[in-house]
Every structure is written in structure tokens, then in C-alpha cells.
Design a protein around this ligand. Structure first.
Ligand code: NAP
Length: 641
């Protein structure tokens, strides 16, 4: 194994020692047990520890050096045995043996967890796809669906609807799939969660080059999924939904579409699935004078490639996830960069954030069947309830700046990282340590690049609040005019304004946004009283902060919606509509649980909350609870007509 892309397969050509050094042993051992059907590989003494220290997991599942060496020897023997056998594809393990392989990672789990584990391992397609087909359930009943959006959730919906044999049309306002990954073209854009978790269980990819992929790689993944699953021909690109109106007489939805060329069309559907996401409509600072600025100005999610930033004076407003990625990319080009920070972010030190996956690991993923699945499974399990414990409020805790002993331990580690990193710049350190608890806002990742960038001679951190924008730049409250040539808004999204760019009218002519009145609520984040057969994906209270995976949640939501459609098709009814009591019961739980999370109690402003301070975005319960609740609709929660 020499070069990054060298792909020798034979074990004689590859440097097995390096492969083993690079391997993630907690997932390699069950992968090899699966490969050979040999459970003796899974020695109890080599079992990984899953408990997470404040700054993350122990490398190699916390195994001692000696245990790691033994695990590597076992793994080499297993690989050689597999090659001697002619590299056969592994047989599907019987359930009890598969359970033992999975439990090597998870430890003993209750029976109820197994379907979720199978789903995430993704070895058996039937474990997560619909187990029914319309042709068997209701062959003669016409039923069509419109899916709005062909981003991460929309593609998952299209795939599953097709598997179930349900007619649908997907409508996408852009010319390509990918949603936010298509829209966000700013330099430096990349995943800050692992791409192994941020990918579908039904389309796992062994060829990721990074753990945290670039925007191009993520977009490329979605494009390939769309092509390989044959979804492109189901999508009408360059078309936006202007309005969706429920017609009570027919029990159907009428959607008004507008194409890029201005032409309009009306389509009807029995059900509508919104897959427009949470982070698609840019938010701008609520500060006077934005229109007065004479130079070019744009939002990170609407990147302007036509302006060359080289040699210009640039102001970036905000230090959230988007600004945090763009600032290091442009700092080296511009003459002067002013970073306007209102609130500092907590930073999780992540040395591998921009690093390529180790070559040995990549070799294993490419050549050893299912190895990447087990790696993903390990990451899934680590995250499933993952760091939630660091986020939960201890009611007895009364120390400022943290919400529990664990949260405080994390806070101290993060402070110590920042204090070391800025030891030579007390002026920056003074503004680097947040006064709110970790996980009250989104945690960001840095491999040192951010810190180095802020220390550059041409970069200035401005923490005086912005008072107004003028023709020439940004004026802060102390009266300083920061003259600039370009303003870039890294000021986030109108996240609480779900489906904000379309009109949605339900039963009795009620307007969705009027009903919500700035406080969006949906049962399981999916259904809304008075909006029959309208299903939301990545809707209210389905975003994740410290546990689970957004892609997995979207898959679970899609599963639920497809089960709802099956329920309808099996019934004599045309529509199902969430009962207000079910929504109320649900929100009692959600709001109580949110109040016990770091992002819920603190007075900190964030996109997790609406303007009234209620957490409208996040799922505060466990991942398993979402899985349980989305298995199938509880009939009593719905009114059928
Ligand atoms: P954001 O997290 O909402 O950050 C907006 C930033 O603008 C904050 O720093 C905010 O300060 C600041 N701001 C707003 N108004 C301001 C004003 N008047 N003066 C000064 N600063 C102001 O938005 P985002 O960075 O676009 O990220 C949104 C979400 O998108 C992320 O949390 C994440 O879920 C997703 N995202 C993901 C990735 C990824 O996976 N790699 C990358 C980018 C975004 P305050 O903190 O004081 O409000």
C-alpha cells in the first residue's frame, strides 16, 4: 500500500501491517466473523467499550495495546483464511449468530432493539424496505403522491414509495438532487458529522475518502443514489410548489407548480409528502441598513461565485457552522477579513476533521465484503444514544454554564482545549469561551484550522454588536465603522418557518402557517391536525443534537409515511388526519423532555427555538423511542374519513 489511490488486492501486495494499524478493530472483528461465519473470532476480551469520554470515544474501543496486538493477529489470520478459500462472499448469518456479532459491539440488548440494529446494518434489504406492494394490497385503487423536494429525505421517500409500488411525482425546485448539498456551494462546505452515519442504510458506500466528506463528495453520493436507484426519471426538476390546497369534496390535494421558465401547472394527488427540510430559507440579521450597503453581499447558502474575493476587504457575519467552514477557506485570499461574532461556538477538537481516511481502512472497506457496514454499524451504535447523556439536565445541578456533572466535565475539557490553543492570544481567548452550556447550541468541529485562521494577521475578530449596515460597511454599537468591500452573511436559516415558501391550505380552508402562528408542531414531526394526508419529513422536532443520525430519522419517517399509506389503502377511507388530542399528548412529552435538555433550559438564542423560545426543531427523547413510535401508525391517533 503506497499511494493514496493504489488499490492492490492480493495480500502479498498489500502492506498488511499497515492495514492492521489503520483498521478500526471494534468493527473489523465482527466483519471478519461475518465473513468467515466464525464466531470464535469474537473473543470477549477484545470487546470494545462504548462509553464515551467527554471528548469522545477511546481509540480502538479502549483496548489495551496488548489486546490490540492480539486482535490484529486474529484479524490477519482470518483474512488469510478467507483468501485461501478463494474470497467467497459471506453467507447470510442465521439470526442468532448475527445477533452475537452485533452484540460484540453493542453488548447484550433487548429483543426489541434487534430490528433497529438489522435496519442499520443494512445487510438484508427486506429488513428496512416496505414488506408489502400496492399491487397486492389495493391493486385497483388509484393513489398518487407528490413528494416536494429531492434532497436527502425526498430521495429516501421516492425510493421507498417505488418499492411499495405507489405512484408518485417528485418535484424539485433546483436542477439537481441533493437539497442543501446542492444549494450550499460556499468554499469549505463539508459534513461535520460522519458520512458513514450521514448516508442511507439502503445505499451504503465503501468508497468514502473522508470521515467528514466535502460537499462535492456528499452531493456526488446523492446524485449516484438517484441514478443508481433509477429515481431521476421520477423527479420534475426546476419546478417549485407554489401552493398545496386540500379539496374536501374529492379528498385530494391540488398543487400549483411553477417551472423555472414561468409556466404553471396544476397537479392532483391523494397525499403530499413534504421533504423540503429545515435549513433552506436564509435568515439575515435583524439590523437596519442592510440594503444600503453598496458592495456585493450574499448569504453563505446563496454563494456568489462571480465576485473574486482576492485582495478585497471582506466582512463575515456570524460564527455558526456555515461561517465556521467558510472563514478559513477565504482568509488566505482576501486582503482583510473581519469576523463578526455575536456568540462564540463551543468547539469539539477533531484532529481528523479534514483528514483522509487512513489508507488501510479504505483498503479494507473496498476489498472485504461488508467491512464498511460494520464500521458504520459501530458508529451508529456509538451515536445511537451517544452523547445524549452530556446534554441531559440534572435538576439538582446549579453551577452556571453547565447542566450536569457530565456536561460540566465536557465544558472543562473544551475550555482547556481553547485555553491551550489561544495561550499566545489572550485577546482572542477572552472572546472564545462560551458562557452557555455545551450542547445549548450546535457544537462545531475543528482540527486547529479555525484557531490558526483567527490568529492570522489579516483577520480581526469583532465582538462589539452590530448596530447597522451603511453604504461602506458595518457599524458596531461603539460607533466604529468597519469599512468593507464585501459582506457575507453566515447568519443561518429561518428554521422554524417550516414550508415557509409555499401556501398550504387544509380542511376548512385553514392555512398551515396561520394555524402554526410561528409555533410549528406536528405529531411525530410528521402529521398535522386539519391537514389530511399531508406528511412532513425532517419536520418539527426531528432534528438531532447529540444522538442518532438525521438520515436514519428521515428513513424512519419515510417508513412511517409508507405504513400510513398502506393503512389507508387497506381501509375504505380516503384520508387520515392526526387528532388534536394525539398532537397535544405528544407535545406534552416533547416539551417536557426539551426542558430537560441543555438546548431547552438555557436562555441562549439558537435556531433550535422559535421566537417565543420553544424548542421547535429537536428530538429530545431517545433514538430508540423515535424508532418505536414510527413503526406504524396508532389508529386511534387518527381520524379516517
Ligand atoms: P446558525 O448556526 O444559525 O448560525 C448563524 C450565525 O449568525 C450565528 O453565529 C449567529 O450568532 C450569527 N448571527 C445572526 N444574526 C447576527 C447578528 N445580527 N449579528 C451577529 N451575528 C449574527 O447558521 P449556520 O451556520 O448556517 O448553521 C445552521 C445549521 O446548518 C447548523 O447548525 C447545521 O445543522 C447546519 N449546517 C451543517 C453543516 C455541516 O454539516 N457541515 C454546515 C453548515 C450548516 P448567535 O449565535 O449569537 O445567534
Amino acid at each position: 500500500m503506497t499511494g493514496e489511490d493504489a488499490e492492490p488486492f492480493g495480500l502479498d501486495e498489500v502492506d498488511l501491517e499497515q492495514v492492521m494499524r489503520d483498521a478500526e478493530l471494534p468493527s473489523l472483528l465482527p466483519a471478519l466473523a461475518h465473513l468467515l461465519g466464525d464466531l470464535s473470532i469474537l473473543d470477549d476480551d477484545l470487546r470494545p467499550t462504548i462509553s464515551s469520554a467527554p471528548l469522545g470515544l477511546e481509540p480502538q474501543g479502549g483496548l489495551s495495546e496488548a489486546a490490540q496486538e492480539r486482535a490484529r493477529r486474529i484479524a490477519v489470520q482470518a483474512l488469510r483464511a478467507w483468501v485461501r478459500q478463494g474470497r467467497p462472499m459471506p453467507a447470510t448469518p442465521p439470526p442468532d449468530r448475527l445477533r452475537r456479532m452485533m452484540e460484540f459491539i453493542t453488548g447484550p440488548v433487548g429483543e426489541e432493539y434487534l430490528p433497529l440494529l438489522h435496519h442499520q446494518l443494512g445487510i438484508f434489504p427486506e429488513d428496512d424496505g416496505p414488506r408489502w406492494h400496492k399491487s397486492a394490497v389495493a391493486p385497483d385503487r388509484p393513489f398518487t403522491v407528490v413528494v416536494i423536494g429531492a434532497g436527502m429525505s425526498g430521495l429516501a421517500a421516492a425510493h421507498r414509495l417505488r418499492e411499495a409500488g405507489i405512484d408518485f411525482l417528485a418535484v424539485e425546485r433546483h436542477e439537481e438532487v441533493g437539497g442543501v448539498w446542492w444549494e450550499n456551494r460556499y468554499p469549505g462546505c463539508r459534513l461535520d458529522t460522519s458520512n458513514f452515519s450521514y448516508s442511507y442504510s439502503f445505499a451504503q458506500q465503501p468508497t468514502w475518502r473522508h470521515q467528514y466528506s466535502t460537499r462535492e463528495a456528499v452531493l456526488d453520493y446523492f446524485r449516484r443514489v438517484a441514478s443508481e436507484l433509477g429515481l431521476r426519471e421520477t423527479i420534475r426538476f426546476g419546478t417549485r410548489v407554489v401552493s398545496a390546497v386540500f379539496d374536501e369534496e374529492s379528498g385530494r390535494w391540488r398543487l400549483h407548480l411553477r417551472r423555472r421558465d414561468g409556466s404553471a401547472e396544476t397537479v392532483e394527488a391523494d397525499a403530499v409528502i413534504s421533504a423540503v427540510g429545515q435549513l433552506n430559507e436564509p435568515a439575515y440579521p435583524d439590523v437596519p441598513g442592510r440594503d444600503r450597503f453598496r458592495g456585493p453581499a450574499w448569504h453563505t447558502a446563496r454563494w456568489n461565485d462571480e465576485v473574486d474575493l482576492a485582495g478585497r476587504r471582506v466582512a463575515v457575519i456570524g460564527t455558526g457552522a456555515s461561517a465556521f467552514q467558510v472563514i478559513p477557506e477565504i482568509a488566505g485570499k482576501v486582503a482583510e477579513l473581519k469576523v463578526f461574532q455575536r456568540t462564540p461556538p463551543w468547539i469539539m477538537p477533531t484532529p481528523t476533521y479534514r483528514a483522509l481516511l487512513k489508507p488501510g481502512l479504505r483498503w479494507l472497506f473496498r476489498h472485504v465484503p461488508h467491512c464498511h457496514r460494520w464500521f458504520r454499524f459501530y458508529q451508529f451504535w456509538v451515536n445511537v444514544e451517544g452523547r445524549r447523556q452530556y446534554c441531559v439536565v440534572d435538576p439538582a445541578w446549579n453551577k452556571e454554564g453547565s447542566v450536569s456533572a457530565r456536561n460540566e466535565a465536557l465544558r472543562q475539557e473544551l475550555i482547556s482545549y481553547l485555553s491551550n490553543a489561544y495561550a499566545d492570544r489572550p485577546d482572542l481567548l477572552e472572546h472564545a469561551i462560551p458562557d452557555y452550556p455545551p450542547y445549548a447550541k450546535r457544537m462545531l468541529r475543528d482540527d486547529g484550522t479555525w484557531i490558526r485562521t483567527l490568529k492570522r494577521d489579516n483577520v480581526t475578530l469583532v465582538t462589539d454588536p452590530i448596530a447597522e449596515f451603511t453604504e461602506h460597511g458595518v457599524v458596531t454599537e461603539n460607533g466604529t465603522l468597519h469599512e468593507t468591500d464585501v459582506i457575507i452573511y453566515g447568519t443561518g436559516f429561518r428554521a422554524s418557518d417550516f414550508l415557509g415558501n409555499m401556501t398550504v391550505v387544509g380542511r376548512g380552508g385553514v392555512d398551515l402557517h396561520e394555524q402554526w402562528a410561528g409555533d410549528p408542531r406536528a405529531y411525530l414531526g410528521i402529521t398535522v391536525p386539519r391537514f389530511p394526508n399531508l406528511f412532513l419529513l425532517y419536520g418539527p422536532n426531528t432534528n438531532l443534537v447529540a444522538n442518532g443520525s438525521i438520515v436514519m430519522f428521515s428513513e424512519l419517517e419515510v417508513h412511517y409515511v409508507v405504513e400510513c399509506i398502506k393503512t389507508l389503502l387497506e381501509s375504505p377511507h380516503r384520508t387520515m388526519e392526526c387528532r388534536p388530542e394525539a398532537l397535544e399528548r405528544f407535545y406534552q412529552r416533547i416539551d417536557e423532555a426539551s426542558a430537560r435538555m441543555a438546548y431547552g433550559i438555557s436562555g441562549v438564542r439558537s435556531w433550535y427555538k422559535n421566537s417565543a423560545g420553544r424548542v421547535t426543531q429537536n428530538w429530545p427523547l431517545t433514538t430508540f423511542e423515535f424508532w418505536r413510535l414510527t413503526r406504524r401508525p396508532v389508529l386511534g391517533d387518527y381520524e379516517f374519513r
